[in-house]
Design a protein around this ligand. Structure first.
Ligand code: SF4
Length: 463
């Protein structure tokens, strides 16, 4: 059996009583068969805990007390674990935040970002995929089409390569991933294996040559995820509009000039107006999901009001983006790490339902949405992020380690900024990871025409 896991996986240690949150709040916990046998024995006891087990576990489900697990003590620890040890916890509780996706003889293991400590690890280092070959174990390969699985892994590998190509700005990489997955989706749907392989090869060859800012040429069609295929002639006509040729020429010049590193030209500058509308629409829909755990509805409401729905929101959006990224330079790298995390979580499970493109969208929107929420939080409390003031001293009293844009940066301010970032990431991830219903709804939402490929990609650069 082959096991895949991210580099940070083994560093995880549960914070237990020190945890700023509680993982099981809002969860519906199923009792696995093995633990149910343990509970049957424990229920016979005379203790108060045995009585609670009789009352609160029915039909292999733990009945929550409001949104709390009835065994969750005030100090954030589990009474069952404290009294009887880990064996008395359900498999879900024992494993959380560890999660396994099974692909026959390949198992992919991860830490769920909905746990604050896992979120901290996910954002604290670049994503590395580690592979272990455990020849003594064999996975169940019944019903697995190994060739198709290998094809999916090769597509995912290419998606990772695109995500990690730092010669391009992150937004250009995201657009490129979406365009690539959109195109692959059309071929998957037609069961055109050779077509998928050709796209992967072409993407490898053209890595960065196209500067990441023009992923459209392969685009099949708009909002139907490859349902409707354009003819080659239609695509050529669409591509040969004079404005686009001019932009392409412009980028080509940039590319030659820098030779190796992508430099965005004027035509590639952020179209933040478009991002503003797209993300406002996204969050308006996201607000209809059932909130999981504490803190998220308030975070979402105040962020939406501040970023999109108050006076001057639209006109200040670009300025706020710039200020946030200038003062929290670590945010972009954290968004990249989160993008990797979501790609790792979502893309391969698409193997089972065949929907690569929507899974890629979930990953990209997830990373951008968490960054957007983070930006709103920054403006609410810049001090939490070790904000640097005009004279450069910020709220730090320690020695200066570097000078950046005429502002003094201290080690503590950088650490403060990084330590503030996982908070919104884990609250956001919790909404989709701890509720299968929300995850399904998000998937449906991203299939809607307003989140179609045309709007995302053809409007120059919205990331
Ligand atoms: S959320 Fe994570 S760190 Fe906190 S108690 Fe649960 S597993 Fe431990």
């Amino acid at each position: 059996m082959i096991i895949h896991y991210p580099g940070y996986y083994k560093k995880f240690r549960c914070l237990a009583g020190e945890c700023p949150d509680t993982c099981c709040i809002g969860w519906e916990i199923t009792v696995d068969r093995e633990t149910e046998k343990t509970y049957q024995k424990l229920r016979k006891g005379k203790s108060e805990l045995a009585e609670r087990l009789r009352r609160s576990v029915r039909r292999r489900l733990i009945i929550p007390d409001g949104d709390r697990c009835p065994f969750l003590a005030g100090d954030g620890l589990c009474d069952l674990c404290r009294e009887y040890g880990e064996a008395a916890m359900t498999r879900t509780c024992r494993r959380y935040p560890r999660h396994v996706e099974d692909f026959g003889d390949i198992h992919e293991v991860e830490l769920l970002c909905s746990c604050p400590e896992a979120a901290r690890l996910i954002l604290s280092e670049d994503f590395r995929l580690i592979t272990r070959n455990m020849s003594e174990r064999k996975g169940n390969t019944d019903g697995i089409d190994e060739e198709r699985l290998a094809l999916w892994f090769s597509v995912r590998e290419q998606v990772f390569a695109m995500a990690g190509d730092r010669r391009m700005p992150l937004w250009a990489r995201m657009r490129r991933i979406l365009a690539f997955c959109h195109d692959v989706q059309g071929r998957l749907k037609r069961e055109d294996t050779a077509g998928v392989e050709a796209l992967v090869e072409r993407a490898k060859e053209t890595a960065c040559r196209r500067n990441g800012a023009d992923p459209v040429p392969d685009l099949i069609d708009g909002d139907k995820t490859g349902d409707h295929l354009q003819t080659k002639e239609e695509r050529m006509t669409e591509r040969n509009v004079p404005g686009r040729l001019k932009e392409a020429d412009h980028r080509e010049k940039d590319w030659k000039k820098t030779n190796d590193v992508y430099t965005p030209g004027k035509a590639d500058m952020h179209n933040l107006e478009e991002r503003f509308s797209l993300m406002a629409d996204f969050f308006a829909e996201f607000a209809s999901l059932s909130p999981i755990g504490h803190g998220f509805p308030e975070l979402l409401e105040r962020s939406r009001t501040f970023l999109y729905h108050s006076e001057d929101s639209r006109s200040l959006y670009e300025k706020r983006q710039q200020e946030f990224h200038r003062n929290v330079p670590e945010a972009e790298i954290c968004t990249e790490r989160l993008l990797f995390y979501f790609l790792y979580s979502f893309v391969m499970p698409g193997f089972y339902d065949g929907d690569l493109y929507t899974k890629a969208k979930m990953a990209v929107f997830g990373a951008v949405a968490a960054e957007e929420l983070e930006m709103a939080e920054y403006f609410r409390d810049p001090g939490k992020y070790g904000k640097r003031t005009g004279d450069g001293r910020g709220n730090d009293a320690e020695s200066v380690t570097s000078l950046e844009n005429d502002e003094m940066v201290t080690e503590r301010s950088a650490k403060e900024r990084i330590s503030a970032l996982p908070h919104t990431a884990y609250l956001f991830a919790r909404q989709i990871e701890n509720s299968a219903e929300n995850r399904d709804l998000l998937e449906q939402l991203l299939k809607q025409p307003e989140f179609g490929i045309r709007r995302i990609i053809e409007t120059k650069s919205w990331f």
